[in-house]
Design a protein around this ligand. Sequence first.
Ligand SMILES: Cc1cc2nc3c(=O)[nH]c(=O)nc-3n(C[C@H](O)[C@H](O)[C@H](O)COP(=O)(O)OP(=O)(O)OC[C@H]3O[C@@H](n4cnc5c(N)ncnc54)[C@H](O)[C@@H]3O)c2cc1C
Length: 648
Amino acid sequence: MQAPGAENVSSMGSVRSCGNVRGMHLGMRRPITLRAHITMDFQINPATLQGPVYFCSGTNKGIERTMIADGETSPARSAETGAFFDAIVVGAGFAGMYMLHRLRELGFSARVFEAGGGVGGTWYWNRYPGARCDVESMQYSFSFSEELDQQWNWSEKYAPQPEILSYANHVVDRFDLRRHIVFDTRVVSETFDEKAGCWLVETERGDRVHAKFLIMAVGCLSAPNRPNFNGLEDFNGPIYHTGQWPHQGVDFTGLRVGVIGTGSSAIQSIPIIAQQATALTVFQRTATWSVPAWNEKLTPEYLQAAKAEYPALRAKARARPTGFYFPFNTKPALEANPEEREKQYEESWARGGLPFLGAYGDLLFEKAANDTIADFARRKIRGIVKDPVTADLLCPDNVFGCKRLCVDTGYFETYNMPHVKLVDVSRTPIERFTAHAIEVNGVEYPLDAVVCATGFAAMTGSFDKIRITGRNGLTLSEKWRAGPRAYLGIASAGFPNLFMITGPGSPSVLASMIQAIEQHVDWLADCMGHMRDVGATSIEPILKDEDAWVEHVNEVSTVSLRSTCSSWYVGANIPGRPRVFMPYIGGFPVYVQKCNEVMNNGWDGFILEGAQDSNAAPRVRYTERWRVPLDIEVISPAAVAARRVPVV
Ligand SMILES: Cc1cc2nc3c(=O)[nH]c(=O)nc-3n(C[C@H](O)[C@H](O)[C@H](O)COP(=O)(O)OP(=O)(O)OC[C@H]3O[C@@H](n4cnc5c(N)ncnc54)[C@H](O)[C@@H]3O)c2cc1C
C-alpha cells in the first residue's frame, strides 16, 4: 500500500538508497473540514468564563490551553511511521500551499505537515479584530495562475483576514491540494540520515516519516513572542495573543481591556477593541509610525478595469524593489524646497498606506531626508490627537519607516475617546500582573482582559522550535547561534536537500511576501526538477559561498537607515537574540537576478552529488516569469549598493 500522494516515489534517484524506507502508510488520516474552524458562530465573552483561562501564558502548557479554549480539538488518528515521500513540506501557509502545488505538478510525492487546523498560516492564526493585509489585495495574492487572478474578486482595497483565509481555502481546493496536508500536527524534529541520504521527520503526534527533500515553509512571522511578565499566572482574566486569536472571536463589551504593544497588530485591533471595551489601556514601549490606509470597497467597475491590466501590473510589480507596484517618486527629498515637499507629502498621505514611503527616493537612505518626512508625520499625529501629552507620547522619535511602517484605520483618532488611555512603558516597564491589574511604576491599571500584541520571534522563531540535525550531528540552532546563515536565504551548508522558503538572507519580509514566496518556490521547483533530470541525489551550499552571501547581506543592509534601529528585522524585540539584519535589503529584482544566475551557471555556490552532469543547463520550467529587467526608474540606493558591491 502506498502513502497517499506517494504515487511517484520511484521517480527519484535516492529513494531506493533509503534503506529504512518501507513506503507504507500505516496511520489513519481523517479529512478535516475547515468550515468548523472558520465559522464564527458565537463569541466568547470572557466575563462569562469561570476562573482564569490563559490563552497565552508563555509556556507550552499555555499553548495547549489556547487550542482547547479556541474550540480546536485535534482529530484523533494513529501515528504514521515508515512512509517515504519525495518531499516533506513543513507549514501550510501560502508558501507551503504553493510549494505543494508545484511539487504535485512535477509529479513528486509530497506530504505537508501543518500545526494549525487549516491552511492559510498567518491568516489562520491572526484572527484578531481588524486583521487585514497592508499590501493591496490585488497584489497581495498569488500571481501564478491568470485564471485565478481573473476569477477571484477582492471586496476591499486591503482585504480583511476572513477573506484572505477564504482565498487560501479556495486556492487549496481549486488546485486539489488538501488531501496531501496533515493538519493539527507540529513537526518537532528533522534529522538527516547520512547513510540513507534522506531526512527523518518526526511530529509531536508520533509520526516518523522520511523524505528526500525537506522544505521549510514555516513562515517569517509565525512564532508568537509571549513576554514572560512577572505574575502573569496570577491574573484572573483571559490573556490573548493577537497571533493566536480564539477562532470564535472575543467580545470585549463591558470589559476593561489592556493592550500590550503598539506594532502592526495593535494598531489594527485597538480602534475596534476601543469600540467594545468600557475602558482601554494601551501599554506602549515604542511609539509607531503609521499612515492611514484609506481602505475602501472595490467596485465592480474598478475590478473590471484592474483585471484588464492584471498581467501588466504583475509584471511591473516583479521589477520593483518591494515586489509590488505603486507610484514612486525617485527624486531626492533634499532637492525639493519645503513647499514642494509639503505638497508632495500631502499628496502621498492622501494616497495612504505603505506607498507613502515612495514620496521621495532618499527617505530610507539619508537621515536629513528622513527627518523631513518624520516631521510631516509628527505634525499629522499632533493634528489628530487632541491631548498634547498623549500626542507627544504617540510621536516616534526614531527614523521614519525604520521599523516596518504600519497602516491604520483610525488608530490615532482612537486616543481622543475618553475611555482610552496610553501608558508609557519605555522607561518604566510593566512591573507585574496582579489578579486584576497590570502595575507600572507603582500604579495599578485595573483590567478584566489583556491582549498581548507583542509580535513574533521573526524570521527564525519557527526554526528554533524544531530540532534540525544535519551532517555530523550539527544542529541548525548551533549553527545559527550568532545569527542565521543561509546561502541566498534558501539553504544552509551542512543541511543537504533542506530548503527554506523566504529564509533569512532573502528579501522575504521586505518584499510583498506572496511574490517572494512564489519566486522561491518556482526556483526550488526548477532545482528539484533539474536534480531529477540529471539523477542528482543531493544539493548543498558551499560554505565559502554561503559566508560570502551572508557578508553581502550584512554589507548592503548598512546602506539603509533601516539597519539603525531596534526592530524585529534585527531580532531586537526578543531579549538575548543576536543582532543581525536578517532580510536581504538589496531589492527584490537584484536578488532574483542573482538566483537566476546561480541556476544558469549550473547551481553556482552549491554542490550537487550523484549527478551525471551537474553543470548541465537546467530545463527552466517555472522561473522564466521572474526573469524581468530591473526597473531602473525606481532602483533604490540599496539596490545600487547591491550591484556595486559584487553580488557574490
Ligand atoms: C497580521 C499579519 C499581517 C500581514 N500582512 C502582510 C501583508 O499585508 N503583506 C505581506 O507581504 N505580508 C504580510 N504579512 C506577512 C505574512 O506572514 C506573509 O505575507 C505570508 O502569509 C507568509 O506565508 P508563509 O506560508 O511563508 O508563512 P505563514 O503564513 O506564517 O505559515 C507558516 C505555517 O507553518 C506552520 N508551522 C510552523 N512551524 C511548524 C511546525 N514545526 N510544524 C508544523 N507546522 C508549522 C504554521 O502553523 C503556519 O501555519 C503579515 C503577517 C502578519 C502576522
